[in-house]
Write a protein that binds this ligand. Sequence first.
Ligand SMILES: [Mg+2]
Length: 325
Amino acid sequence: MPESARLSASPASSASMPLEAPISVDPALQPRLVVTDLDGSLLDHHSYDFSPAAPWLARLKQMGVPVIPVTSKTRAELIPLREALGLTATPFIAENGAVIGLPPGWCHARLDRPGSGRDGVVIKHPGVDIGFIRARLKVWRERLNIRFTRMGELSVPEVMELTGLDAARARDARQREGSEPLLWQDTEAALEAFRVALEGDGLQLTQGGRFWHVMGLSADKGNAVEWLVKRFAALRGRTPLSLGLGDGPNDITMLEAVDQAVVIRGCHDLVVEPRNASLYRTEATGPTGWAEGVAYWWGRDDRRLATAVKGDAVFSESSSLSAAL
Ligand SMILES: [Mg+2]
């Protein structure tokens, strides 16, 4: 069975799961979660600094609100960042939705095989195999006579030069599991023809900051976030209020999948127009904009959230979701 089928099937089976019984809970105490892009959002686009967001990160952690990184980065790139950000107890979404990582507290004995990786993290691949993507790219490049360069065809020094990453990070960026970045070197018209051809293969093109990303049609950030929200609800018995933050076109599906959305002012002129009635655009860029966006939606709720923690109605990261099973 393809992983995508398994993934989409699992929330449905939540009906048979033992759920927590929320008896007349104050709506103000609804559990919450945050999903966030990294580059240009939680992390400064150039320096990777996140200090302007650190006070909010600490407050959210204290309140037991999971902060989930949702990024175009690979799992290999994300692991050290996740540790630096103090987000090792929360899930992550890598490669624009093609890879989902679940820490033990978010796993379910009947749905997930035990994680073999570090920290017992279980990895899900909702998209298609990277080998299939590469094979189809080779076919379409020849058949359509188009020009592009896959990241895997670039040397480590070339990746370093294009991305500004050091050698170790550039190597991590080339470790793809479910999506392939490429540099487009042809016309807009050729790009359209390429997009149509890929769709016939069940693949899609997403625009990132520097690269175009090719991945499975169902493997975008929005689908991965919806899947995680359903997993949260299945384990906790309550649907969380979700807040999403991002700065790029590849964040649009994520920002349409959440209850409250923040478009962080970008260091680019790409159009980012998610369809979400609860949308806030920040004045500031990067992590300063991130803190501005969280404060816009939740700043005024701060006291109510703090009360919720005392009442033990907000999901606690340390006690983990598995406590609800
Ligand atoms: Mg970004």
